[in-house]
Design a protein around this ligand. Structure first.
Ligand SMILES: C[S@@+](CC[C@H](N)C(=O)[O-])C[C@H]1O[C@@H](n2cnc3c(N)ncnc32)[C@H](O)[C@@H]1O
Length: 209
């Protein structure tokens, strides 16, 4: 094994991430191609062009603390199953819930958000077909008609979601994100971090499910 391969093997993943971390405007931010895409292409479009005002973000970590400031929404709500993650949640109005993506209806009204971010949760706890179908239903329910869903996952063995088919069914439909003119974007990362963009149909969406 080459010295570089050996180093890659023995350095814990967290340290690799810390090496790609920079402090920007008071926040620690990951400077990896996936985060740069999310933070510098996706978020600015939702902030400046789509005017996303009510945002729900599923799953938090230290490197997502800047997200409320980057999106500048009126309401930036967060939820994570792990109580330890609450310390990373700094929604503008401080609304963080300890709870499951699979039970959003226990926490939020239907049609409450115009942008929902579900990044790195499928394949990281929400893994099997049934759970993913429930996740799609719950995410669609909290979106306003016309609202956007940003779905992110790792397209690699061990993390690839069992299925994404439930997202390709009404009331959700894939939509091309204008700045990239595509509904799906694979970032140049070892984890094959992939983003896909959906919108909820404008009318009678919940009645159809
Ligand atoms: C890889 S991290 C992703 C964090 C963040 N969303 C991001 O942009 O990277 C996965 C997070 O999902 C959370 N999680 C796993 N299953 C969940 C569920 N059913 N409901 C809510 N959060 C969940 C974990 O606790 C963890 O904090």
């Amino acid at each position: 094994m080459s010295p570089i391969a050996l180093l890659k093997r023995i350095v814990p993943d967290d340290w690799k991430l810390y090496a790609r971390t920079r402090r920007i405007d008071g926040h620690f931010r990951l400077r990896t191609p996936d985060r740069i895409f999310l933070e510098e292409t996706v978020f600015p479009w939702f902030r400046d062009e789509a005017g996303a005002r009510d945002v729900l973000d599923i799953g938090c970590d230290w490197y997502t603390r800047a997200y409320p400031s980057l999106l500048r929404a009126d309401r930036y709500h967060t939820i994570d199953l792990d109580p330890d993650k609450a310390r990373y949640a700094r929604g503008r109005d401080g609304d963080h819930r300890v709870g499951s993506l699979l039970e959003l209806d226990q926490h939020y009204d239907a049609e409450a958000y115009d942008l929902v971010i579900c990044n790195g949760v499928l394949g990281w706890g929400v893994n099997d077909d049934d759970a993913i179908a429930t996740a799609a239903r719950q995410l669609a329910r909290v979106l306003r008609p016309g609202g956007w869903l940003v779905l992110g996952w790792n397209d690699m063995d061990g993390y690839r979601p069992a299925t994404l088919a439930p997202f390709d069914a009404p009331p959700l439909a894939r939509f091309a994100l204008p700045p990239i003119d595509a509904d799906t974007h694979l970032t140049p990362t070892g984890s094959r971090h992939t983003f896909r963009f959906f919108r909820r149909e404008e009318e009678n969406a919940n009645a159809a499910r």
